[in-house]
Ligand binder design. Structure first.
Ligand SMILES: O=c1[nH]c(=O)c2ncn([C@@H]3O[C@H](COP(=O)(O)OP(=O)(O)OP(=O)(O)O)[C@@H](O)[C@H]3O)c2[nH]1
Ligand SMILES: [Mg+2]
Length: 195
């Protein structure tokens, strides 16, 4: 089995990467498997810049092939917010519920669905010792719901209505999400690039 590090501490992401990569023969390890893992500051202005920062820092620290994911939600009415600040939108304590409530609050006067358009974006960077870093981008279009629904997924999934399904991401099964998500789209491109 080919071992690959996913440079994340986000349990939702780890679960999805395992489901997507293990059937292809990859042994997925994440920063949750290291007791001494380093924290990489996300100082980039874009998802791609942050994914590169995380992938290169972890590949250099552990001398192994590493994929990093920087992702988030872009809401058109809010000029692209929360964007790269998605994880820490309501503060550095990084609470999913507080983050999605802040979004609902900011859109509380906007009732026309056409004014609530949004997309999930996922940038992946892959860094291997001695090789140039490669990046890809995946997106998933939708709308912000007026209230949360669904129990699956993580983050903003309960308030993100997937355009293709007209259901919230959190109402989809993990198999359905992993067929259409921003992360799945990006990973498909990355696998083409590295195989
Ligand atoms: O509902 C969601 N479904 C998704 O599929 C999804 N993907 C990303 N996000 C949001 O965007 C932040 C990423 O920020 P992020 O890339 O910096 O990750 P993170 O800080 O959570 O972990 P790490 O990978 O940096 O260790 C996350 O925390 C979430 O709030 C998602 N929300
Ligand atoms: Mg982060």
């Amino acid at each position: 089995m080919t071992e690959i590090i996913i440079a994340t501490k986000n349990t939702g992401k780890v679960r999805e990467f395992k489901a997507l990569l293990e059937p292809l023969g990859y042994n997925v390890i994440s920063l949750l498997d290291f007791t001494d893992s380093i924290d990489v500051e996300e100082t980039g202005a874009t998802f791609v810049e942050n994914a590169i920062l995380k992938a290169e820092a972890i590949a250099n620290a552990y001398h192994k092939r590493t994929i990093a994911d920087d992702s988030g939600l872009e809401i058109d009415y809010l000029n692209g917010e929360p964007g790269v600040y998605s994880a820490r939108y309501a503060g550095l304590h990084k609470d999913d519920k507080d983050n999605l409530n802040k979004v609902l609050e900011k859109l509380s006067t906007v009732h026309n669905q056409q004014d609530r358009t949004a997309r999930f974006v996922c940038a992946l960077a892959i860094s291997s010792p001695g090789e140039a870093t490669k990046t890809v981008l995946g997106t998933c279009e939708g709308y912000i719901a007026e209230q949360p629904s669904g129990e699956n997924g993580f983050g903003y999934d309960p308030i993100f209505i997937v355009k293709e399904k007209m259901k919230t991401m959190a109402s989809l099964s993990s198999e359905e999400k992993n067929n259409i998500s921003h992360r799945a789209m990006a990973l498909k491109k990355l696998i083409e690039l590295i195989k």
